[in-house]
Design a protein around this ligand. Structure first.
Ligand code: NAP
Length: 255
């Protein structure tokens, strides 16, 4: 077994780690050997993920928090360090997308716009900045921001989401410059993934088929197919990769 992907001895904080893509990321980081602190608002989901990791002989301690609550974010970072002695990996995955419910630009509600930016972009910034001292102390500090194809191209009726994800891509590149050579900062840009976030899209047969028709790999991804690229970026296999955006989109942005 090539140990380039081995995360033994590393400590990872995963926001939005209770379900969907974040759950898969938490489990796959643990499978690669990292101790994991999954965080989100729903305590029951976090506990289930942590139990699953521990049952597979991994290390996990769930810490609930809303990424828009600075004090709660501070607790996540403090508890991760108290439990495991430091932080090497931060995966900023917590995200929301009111999607088509928002409609055309002139119909977007300012409060809803702010909430999407607060969770997806400012929350990421806050978590990362709060963990900064620990990441800089690590020998293998790595930040992975879960962006979206909506961080690379425009999508109709998703203005706040697209703005937040383009912002995340910019934040990724800018932080990578500031923290080189000590901490690598990268992003993953998923295409359409089967999770609660896309359940309504998948339930609409016409919409589901139009997405599949537009996707060269002709299907939605599983959450695990996004976790793989995240494990890669967190690991020494990606030791010369920083400031990059890895599209895990079934070829969506290749056309
Ligand atoms: P999901 O199934 O809805 O899971 C979202 C996770 O984020 C949950 O654990 C949720 O837990 C957490 N979360 C939401 N708001 C939060 C907040 N304010 N503070 C802390 N945690 C919060 O969504 P997903 O599909 O797995 O999406 C995960 C990430 O991938 C998001 O950033 C999303 O934009 C991105 N992405 C998804 C797709 C897709 O097709 N699914 C495509 C591209 C990008 P609580 O509600 O308990 O807090």
């Amino acid at each position: 077994m090539n140990d380039l992907f081995d995360l033994d001895g590393r400590v990872a904080v995963v926001t939005g780690g209770g379900r969907g893509i974040g759950r898969a990321i938490a489990i796959e980081l643990a499978n690669a050997g990292a101790a994991v602190v999954p965080s989100a608002r729903s305590t029951d989901e976090l506990e289930t993920v942590a139990e699953e990791i521990v049952a597979a002989d991994g290390d996990a301690v769930p810490v609930p928090a809303d990424v828009t609550d600075t004090d709660a974010v501070g607790d996540v970072i403090d508890q991760a360090v108290a439990e495991f002695g430091g932080i090497d990996i931060v995966v900023n995955n917590a995200g929301i997308n009111p999607g088509g419910a928002l409609g055309r630009p002139e119909a977007v509600d300012a409060e809803q716009f702010d909430r999407v930016l607060d969770v997806n972009l400012t929350g990421t910034y806050d978590v990362t900045a709060t963990a900064a001292d620990h990441l800089l102390e690590s020998d293998g500090g790595s930040v992975i921001n879960v962006a979206s194809v909506g961080g690379l191209v425009g999508l109709p009726r998703q203005h706040p989401y697209v703005a937040s994800k383009h912002g995340l891509v910019g934040l990724t590149k800018s932080m990578a410059l500031d923290w080189s050579p000590d901490v690598r900062v990268n992003a993953v840009a998923p295409g359409y993934v089967s999770t609660d976030l896309t359940a309504d899209l998948e339930a609409d047969e016409g919409l589901r088929q139009s997405i599949i028709d537009r996707t060269p790999l002709e299907r939605f991804a599983t959450p695990e197919e996004i976790a793989g690229p995240v494990v890669f970026l967190a690991s020494d296999a990606a030791s010369y990769v920083t400031g990059s955006v890895l599209a895990a989109d079934g070829g969506w942005t290749a056309q």
